[in-house]
Design a protein around this ligand. Structure first.
Ligand SMILES: *Cc1c(COP(=O)(O)O)cnc(C)c1O
Length: 374
């Protein structure tokens, strides 16, 4: 079986280092809010090129608490609009609705599946306050163009970088473009903990301070509560695991790029649409870290079954768009044909830094033989 993502194999390669760090934390007797977290926050801020990194419990909270902090700081209020791609993962949108802000869904650029700056500009109303730039599948959005739209319209930009650790354009990484950025370190993400974890990066001192309070019951100082905060902390054990794994991230990204390049070169089946790396602006190889390798096929379900029959595991990112979810049944019905087509046709191939040459070749051959077998 070629697995979609063999986490066991990825972590086994650095098992001894992980165990050493684990032991250090266990023996320290200090498990929340200590030096492991401070070390990781410093390293990850530096990695992304941001002044601050604030560790939180997960990626959803990173987005959620950033929007919440902007509300506490008076930069946002209930009912303000947030522009977000209609085809994103549900968590991007949950963070918006949790804060009683209004998600304004826009169709993506069909070439990159990311926000299309022209469609974003067309969706702006007098109530728009935020653009949520989701770097979907690991590819950076066209940030220069999006930042220009935000600048012209005086909007905040929140990057959803949950899938894009290390993706960059012009030497600037995901997490350093917007006013703030949310990261997830869910185990399956490119930088993954051994449990739940997340972080916000930002250059804004005031925002960083507010999020630090919000993640800790709304308190900067013990027993003094400025806000009705939450408990959303990144614990010492996960921070220690992440510090180990961060060292290997760039090497693993290189390996992901090699897999992607082999797929791009090798898959020639005309019924398969391969991912494009560039949109209307000249994005480069550096802009994509291949969290997932997403192909499109009109007979997607058939293709997925066929690949399963050849012992190749695939996943659909994502089968149902937010506007068709039961959770949002109260939204005014609206069609997003591009988004709906994407959800019906996409399929993510096995992608990881530990795939062998033979596994990659097996996937390519199977896909190229699809349809010939009927
Ligand atoms: C994973 C993910 C999140 C949420 O992260 P969690 O750590 O699972 O809460 C948010 N946005 C996107 C695009 C994601 O892929």
């Amino acid at each position: 079986m070629i697995s979609f993502l063999d986490l066991k194999k990825i972590n086994a390669a650095i098992r001894n280092e992980l165990i050493e760090s684990c032991t250090r934390v266990i023996d320290s007797g200090w498990y929340i809010g200590g030096t492991e977290l401070a070390d990781f926050e410093r390293q990850f801020a530096q990695y992304t090129g941001s002044r601050h990194c604030i560790g939180v419990a997960n990626g959803l909270d990173a987005l959620n608490l950033t929007l919440r902090a902007w509300k506490e700081l008076g930069r946002l209020k209930e009912g303000d609009e947030v522009i977000v791609p209609a085809n994103t993962y549900i968590a991007s949108i949950l963070a918006i609705t949790e804060n009683r802000l209004i998600p304004v869904l826009v169709e993506p650029d069909p070439a990159t599946y990311n926000l299309d700056p022209q469609r974003v500009e067309a969706a702006i109303t007098p109530r728009t306050r935020v653009i949520m730039a989701v770097h979907l599948y690991g590819q950076l959005c066209e940030m220069p163009a999006l930042m220009a739209v935000a600048g012209r319209n005086n909007l905040l930009v929140l990057e959803d970088s949950a899938q894009a650790h290390g993706a960059s354009f012009d030497g600037r990484r995901a997490g350093s473009w917007g006013d703030a950025s949310g990261f997830s370190f869910y185990p399956g993400k490119n930088l993954g903990a051994l449990g739940d974890a997340g972080a916000v990066t930002t250059n804004d001192d005031e925002l960083a301070d507010t999020i630090k309070a919000l993640r800790n019951y709304g308190s900067h100082e013990k027993y003094k509560n400025l806000y009705q905060g939450v408990n959303s902390r990144l614990d010492e054990l996960q921070a220690a695991m992440l510090s180990v794994k961060l060292k290997y991230l760039d090497e693993q990204t290189k390996q992901r790029r090699n897999v992607a390049q082999m797929y791009l070169d090798g898959i020639t089946n005309p019924s398969i649409k391969l991912p494009l790396q560039a949109g209307t602006c000249a994005l480069t190889l550096e802009s994509h870290v291949w969290h997932v390798f997403v192909i499109r096929c009109e007979r997607r379900n058939e293709l997925q079954q066929y690949l399963a029959g050849h012992a190749i595991q695939t996943i659909i990112h994502y089968p149902v768009p937010a506007h068709q979810q039961q959770a949002y049944k109260d939204w005014e019905p609206k069609n997003y044909p591009l988004t709906e087509a994407i959800h019906q046709q996409v399929l993510s191939l096995p992608m990881s830094p530990v795939m062998t040459l033979q596994e990659i070749e097996t996937v390519i051959a199977a896909i190229n033989n699809f349809a010939c077998e009927e």
